[in-house]
Write a protein that binds this ligand. Structure first.
Ligand SMILES: C[S@@+](CC[C@H](N)C(=O)[O-])C[C@H]1O[C@@H](n2cnc3c(N)ncnc32)[C@H](O)[C@@H]1O
Length: 252
């Protein structure tokens, strides 16, 4: 199946695609080994977000440390653990945490105003089952999450890195997918969504090629009911863009 489940003809959002790559090497020097999937964007933290940082940060922000995370201690309870990579301003994240109160959501984002925005939503919506790590999710995976520690992974509208020369920054590539699959429990899932058709095709190809994973659908998946239509997505749909979900599970 190659059609999006919503509407036809994708056109990706204008994102940080044109930004200068972080850590780009001087001419003639090999590209640094750790190619990041993000650039640190400048952004204004609002007064409300700053207030959320000081009031809610101590309870909901976790510190990055290169040591296995004790998730039960971090959340104050034992529950299935879902990792989200790149929650942006946290609109979908907060919604999902509310409709799935029995799951714990470990959410990584590097963009500070986004972290502030999610903290603000946590306060406004009385959410208790989110913890935030303001850090590169790839390092979190490498150093804080042991094999078999996750019940699910959410990657929604990751930066599409439209230009060919930037494609190497895309998150969904074989090495990262292999890491994610290894950290899932048997039966655990990876759910990705994108509005950029070439990236949707890449997601399907890379996830299909990972031996530990199997597709839950014939190609693209119907949009799972817990993932809301965000403002960003609604605007895209109005403009005639498509959206594709892919959902794979870890084999036993
Ligand atoms: C295009 S935005 C999408 C945000 C959100 N998921 C949504 O659907 O609106 C992608 C986000 O992923 C974040 N991101 C990219 N790579 C990341 C990484 N390795 N670790 C944490 N966050 C990352 C970026 O900072 C950015 O905010």
């Amino acid at each position: 199946m190659t059609e999006p489940h919503s509407s036809p003809a994708a056109n990706g959002p204008a994102t940080s695609d044109d930004a200068q790559p972080e850590g780009s090497a001087p001419t003639g020097v090999a590209y640094p080994k750790t190619i990041k999937s993000f650039v640190r964007r400048a952004g204004r933290t609002t007064t409300g977000q700053a207030k959320a940082f000081s009031e809610l940060g101590p309870r909901f922000l976790l510190s990055y440390a290169p040591a296995p995370l004790d998730a039960n201690a971090a959340f104050g309870r034992a529950a299935p653990l879902i990792l989200e990579i790149g929650f942006g301003m946290g609109e979908a994240t907060a919604h999902i945490a509310r409709v799935r109160p029995d799951d714990n959501f470990l959410c990584c984002e590097v963009h500070e105003p986004g972290v502030g925005a999610l903290l603000k939503r946590i306060g406004e919506q009385d959410i208790t089952n989110i913890r935030i790590l303001q850090h590169d999710a790839v390092e979190v995976l490498d150093h804080m999450l042991p094999p078999g520690s996750l019940d699910g992974v959410h990657i929604f509208f990751p930066d599409p890195w439209h230009k060919k020369k930037h494609n190497k920054r895309r998150l969904i590539q074989p090495p990262l997918v292999a890491k994610l699959a290894a950290r899932l429990k048997p039966g655990g899932y990876i759910h990705c969504a994108t509005d950029w058709q070439p990236y949707a095709e890449q997601m399907l190809e890379v996830l299909s090629a990972e031996a530990l994973l199997s597709n839950t659908a014939e190609g693209y998946a119907p949009q799972p009911d817990y993932r809301p239509l965000t403002k960003f997505e609604n605007r895209g749909l109005r403009l005639g863009h498509g959206v594709w979900d892919v959902v794979f599970v870890r084999r036993n």
